[in-house]
Design a protein around this ligand. Structure first.
Ligand code: NDP
Length: 243
């Protein structure tokens, strides 16, 4: 294991759930943390609580669908801490519905945040990591990246895409000191299901989400991947609640 002390990690979607838990976990292990999301007040409250415990934290409002904002937050990491060791592309939405409900705006939002958001993280981070000669992308997918469940066709499609992009990236950065880890959570406590507007999907999710992991369980998985020695590249992790 290598120490996270002094490593610089940027986390998207850090205002709640898995992103927030990841910020807490990595900060507690001595990493410099840069946290981004749209709800700035939540990020600031998180930063204050981490700083009280002695952590180095920078906050920036971030909409992952905006490439300029993504570039700015990665630049902030480098300006503030001199480098970016890892980017956790975690921000995501899950407004589930059957295709026949034709919630086209919700399909597009999932595509924009869950796929384009991850691509923007790669676009912003890859040139810097290549120049540094080191870096690590942690892309948060889902068990929905491996199988499609009712009302989740588009959500799963976005997560299959994150899995494909992550594997393609891993192949392309071979020999350049850059690692890629896909982290796929099963049901986890967070605000994720609150984006569901479709009644059928809401009812299904209520049943499905009865057994959930705390977000800290996923955060520990992310920390595990980051703590490995440089020659160890953890490619994929699926973390589900035991039932
Ligand atoms: P939450 O809803 O608690 O967190 C989602 C985060 O994404 C929030 O911080 C939200 O912040 C942020 N976000 C949403 N849209 C944007 C945007 N346009 N720009 C920047 N940030 C954005 O859910 P989770 O913690 O569960 O979700 C984290 C990831 O884990 C997602 O990718 C999700 O798909 C994945 N996942 C979750 C599972 C679960 O059961 N919880 C299971 C499998 C995968 P804000 O609104 O402030 O912008």
């Amino acid at each position: 294991m290598t120490t996270l002390h002094g490593k610089t990690v940027m986390i998207t979607g850090a205002s709640s759930g898995i992103g927030e838990a990841t910020a807490r976990e990595l900060a507690s292990k001595g990493a410099n943390i840069i946290i981004g999301a749209r709800r700035l007040e939540k990020l600031e409250a998180l930063a204050s609580s981490l700083q009280e415990d002695g952590a180095s934290v920078a906050v920036q409002k971030l909409d992952v669908t905006d490439l300029d904002q993504m570039r700015a937050i990665v630049r902030l990491a480098v300006d503030r801490f001199g480098k970016v060791d890892a980017i956790v592309n975690n921000a995501g939405l899950m407004p589930l519905s059957p295709l026949a409900a034709l919630k086209i705006d919700e399909w597009n939002r999932m595509i924009d945040v869950n796929i384009r958001g991850v691509l923007h993280g790669i676009a912003a981070g890859l040139p810097i990591m290549k120049e540094q000669g080191f870096g690590h992308f942690i892309n948060v997918a889902s068990i929905g990246a491996y199988e499609v469940t009712p009302t989740a066709a588009v959500y799963c499609a976005t997560k299959y895409a994150v899995r494909a992009i992550s594997d393609g990236l891993r192949q392309e950065v071979t020999g350049q000191g850059i690692r890629v880890t896909l982290v796929s959570p099963g049901v986890t406590e967070s605000e994720l299901a609150e984006t569901i507007t479709d009644n059928e999907a809401k009812a299904l999710m209520k049943e499905y989400r009865r057994t959930a992991l705390p977000a800290s369980a996923i955060a520990r998985g992310i920390a595990y991947a980051l703590e490995q020695p440089e020659h160890v590249d953890v490619n994929e992790m699926v973390i589900r609640p035991r039932i």
